[in-house]
Design a protein around this ligand. Structure first.
Ligand code: ADP
Length: 256
């Protein structure tokens, strides 16, 4: 899709857990080049919808397309190769590795362990590792945390960990990145650094973002449009100001 066109189209997606309809007929579009905010009261189905789009959960019914191609139910690694990424918290196993090593571990950014590499010998592996390391250092610099390169990921602050999660998407050629509460538990200063980083990735690298976040300052600073969900459906879409003035939205938030 070209900038301004629909990149992701979600059509009447349902996700049921037993008799419970966590996502209950969600329909929305994500425009290429946008930073789209997804808001709504707790339990609205935001995370479940993210997981359906990102291939973590199969939908009960409905369709998801990316650039016109049906991607419904594709597993995360296939979506990853198409440039669709969902960030994940740094797993416990990786906390004893350094920040640089965490970036170097990103699948697709790494082939040093592939079996065929043994046929090409050590030199090639060494060359690839050097390139990977240089790329990781470039990402750390972009994130302004190059001083943390050799620090263990488990020992940096919560906000710095969030930056590192964002940094992992930069080790590959992402097209669209789904961020689930990237600002949760992060102090104000780092939250704004994360906001700036998202905007820079959007402007300088052309990343499209979809962001679930509760912090309205953060949403207001970086997101346009904003989509509001409640009870598994899309209630309204518009600028944050339009959303805040929407009576259905006000009702949904007051009702919780
Ligand atoms: P949000 O992200 O908007 O807070 P969620 O998508 O996390 O909402 O959850 C929507 C609803 O679905 C919640 O009521 C939650 O309890 C329920 N839910 C989410 N995942 C599961 C699951 N695996 N099994 C049963 N219920 C779930």
């Amino acid at each position: 899709a070209a900038p301004g066109e629909h990149m992701i189209v979600v059509e009447d997606v349902h996700k049921h857990f037993g008799g419970f309809h966590a996502v209950d007929g969600a329909t929305l579009e994500i425009t290429k080049g946008s930073v789209t905010g997804l808001i709504g009261p707790n339990g609205a189905g935001k995370t479940t919808l993210f997981n359906v789009i990102a291939g973590v959960l199969p939908p009960t019914s409905g369709k998801v397309t990316m650039d016109g191609e049906d991607i419904t139910g594709l597993p995360p690694h296939e979506l990853f190769h198409k440039g669709l990424l969902r960030t994940f918290q740094i797993a416990h196993e990786f906390s004893s590795m350094t920040c640089r090593e965490n970036l170097m571990m990103v699948p697709g950014g790494q082939s040093g362990e592939a079996l065929w590499n043994t046929w090409f010998g050590r030199k090639r592996i060494a060359d690839e590792e050097r390139a990977l390391r240089a790329k990781a250092d470039e990402v750390l610099e972009f994130l302004t945390i190059e001083h943390l390169a050799d620090h263990k990921a488990g020992q940096v602050s919560g906000g710095q960990k969030k930056l590192l999660e964002l940094g992992r998407t930069m080790m590959v050629d992402a097209k669209i990145v789904f961020l689930d509460e990237v600002g949760a538990g992060v102090n104000r200063t780092l939250l704004m650094t994360i906001a700036d980083t998202i905007l820079r990735l959007n402007k300088e690298r052309g990343y499209t973002f979809v962001v679930i976040e509760h912090d309205m300052d953060f949403i207001g600073k970086i997101c346009d449009p904003v989509i509001c969900m409640a009870e598994g459906r899309v209630l309204a879409q518009g600028t944050l100001d339009e959303i805040k003035a929407n009576e259905h939205v006000i009702e949904a938030y007051l009702g919780t």
